[in-house]
Design a binder for this molecule. Structure first.
Ligand code: FE
Length: 216
């Protein structure tokens, strides 16, 4: 089976958010699609280990922010590679409380708000069916596709994404992996060896320091 064929499916760049008590919770997802047109229902996919999944099963309401092509890497990394269990992802992020949900409006084309009407368990992930109650377009900017992020912005799917694929291990030489986001620094492909990188060097994908890398 050629798993690369799956890369030809299309995905977007989204942030799904919800609120448990006073705690704002959310994560980045690339899988969201419209299912019905009348009384619109959308489907999103969330990894079962994901904190947002756990919370959304309780709160049953969420917002989906559709990111623009210019969305900052900081925003994507913060919501994609960290967990709301440990950090407040909303700090220094432009969001608004709308219908009692923290809606990310930074780098956002449009947002949708709705209620979870069904959860379907699928192996490592859950599909949440969400009936949309509120929707608003915020800008005319182009929504970012996952393909654009991958090809133009050199982004990669984190391990818990439904579209994650193992990187091929075919290169000789030292390779180092970021333990936060999975980014691989391959000495044989870079001008500077990992060990010679300055101390303030940061993971190009998620922004953590060299100390978070392990040698493979
Ligand atoms: Fe990283």
């Amino acid at each position: 089976m050629d798993l690369k064929a799956l890369n030809d499916l299309s995905y977007g760049m989204f942030i799904v958010t919800t609120k448990k008590g006073n705690k704002n919770v959310g994560c980045f997802i690339n899988t969201a699609m419209q299912i019905t047109s009348k009384n619109p229902v959308i489907a999103i996919s969330l990894n079962k280990e994901n904190y947002t999944n756990e919370v959304l099963k309780e709160t049953r309401r969420c917002a989906l922010s559709i990111l623009t092509e210019n969305a900052s890497q900081d925003l994507i990394s913060k919501f994609g590679y960290f967990t709301s269990r440990e950090i407040n992802k909303f700090e220094n992020v432009n969001y608004q409380n709308i219908s009692d949900l923290p809606v990310v409006v930074e780098d956002t084309c449009s947002y949708l708000i709705g209620e979870v009407i069904r959860v379907i368990e699928v192996e490592t992930h859950d599909i949440f069916l969400i009936r949309i109650e509120e929707a608003k377009k915020l800008s005319e900017d182009t929504p970012m596709t996952y393909k654009y992020y991958h090809e133009q912005r050199k982004g990669k799917a984190p391990k818990k994404a439904p579209t994650y694929q193992e990187e091929e291990n075919t290169q000789a030489g030292n390779r180092y992996q970021c333990t936060v986001c999975g980014y691989i620094y391959d000495d044989s492909k870079e001008k500077v060896k990992f060990e010679d990188l300055p101390d303030d060097w940061k993971c190009p994908r998620c922004g953590v320091g060299k100390d978070k890398f392990i040698k493979l």
